[in-house]
Design a protein around this ligand. Structure first.
Ligand code: UDP
Length: 242
């Protein structure tokens, strides 16, 4: 397929137009950033690993009835996706307290939440992706009340499926971030990626709080062995089915 112009270059991916206006091509890069791009680096092989993991997870979710933007994976670093208008929200689901939830509430790292927590962040780098209240979200008209309900429901369903999937890989799904888009019929569909860049994943075979980390926290917190952790997630994920 002929590749036309570069539409957008983000921190971890590049988006290209294709000869079909309904289809876009995502190129997964090795570049890594953290703390709103204050920390920059590269994780060797990350692009291909995240592309493979995301493709597999999107296919597993689609088989269970979740609408996703995934079409196919034409090469190691490339995913063809349906063109959507991205909803400017980061939908975070948490099962176990970590990261900003601990920093901002004082909850101890590793606290198992009584029920999953769904949180909405404003996808706006200039503002530092702030946590939104539901009223602020509606005030800014980032989604309609019906869409908020639907996002919450879809996020919890996806959490149930992904938690079960990762459990089968010997991995605990601590928390993760989703992005959604609207298709031409204004239907919400799951977009972006699901990978160790966007999930916290703990190896159940390790109890040590640093050794168990299999996700981007290895990069954020300079824990070392970043590449091999991502590789390990990919090996387990590609073997598993929902
Ligand atoms: N996350 C993400 N992109 C972001 C912010 C968060 O993918 O811009 C993911 C992150 O990897 C984690 C979850 O969302 O799995 C919750 O992140 P948190 O709010 O704890 O942020 P952090 O502590 O990383 O600043």
């Amino acid at each position: 397929m002929t590749i036309y112009q570069k539409l957008y270059e983000g921190k971890a991916k590049i988006l290209y137009a294709t000869d079909d206006p309904d289809v876009l091509l995502t190129y997964f890069k090795d570049d890594a950033t953290a703390f709103n791009a204050q920390k920059k680096g590269s994780i060797q092989g990350k692009g291909a690993v995240n592309c493979a993991i995301s493709s597999h997870l999107f296919q597993q979710l689609a088989a269970r009835g979740v609408p996703t933007h995934f079409i196919d994976q034409p090469s190691a670093n490339e995913m063809r996706v349906r063109a959507v208008t991205i909803v400017p929200l980061e939908v975070v689901v948490r099962n176990i307290a970590a990261g900003s939830l601990c920093r901002e509430t004082g909850l101890e790292l590793g606290t198992v939440l009584k029920r999953p927590l769904v949180e909405f962040y404003y996808k706006n780098d200039g503002l530092g992706d702030p946590l939104l209240t539901r009223d602020r979200l509606l005030l800014l008209e980032l989604a309609t009340p019906e869409q908020v309900e639907q996002l919450q429901t879809m996020a919890l369903q996806i959490n149930q499926m992904l938690s079960e999937f990762f459990e089968g890989c010997g991995i605990t799904l601590v928390d993760f971030k989703l992005e959604f888009g609207l298709d031409r019929n204004q239907q919400l569909i799951l977009a972006d990626e699901i990978s160790p860049d966007t999930c916290r994943l703990w190896n159940q075979a390790e109890k040590d709080p640093q050794r168990r980390v299999m996700d981007k926290d290895r990069f954020r917190l300079d824990l070392g062995n970043v590449e091999s952790a991502y590789q390990q997630v990919m090996e387990r994920v590609l073997k598993a089915k929902l």
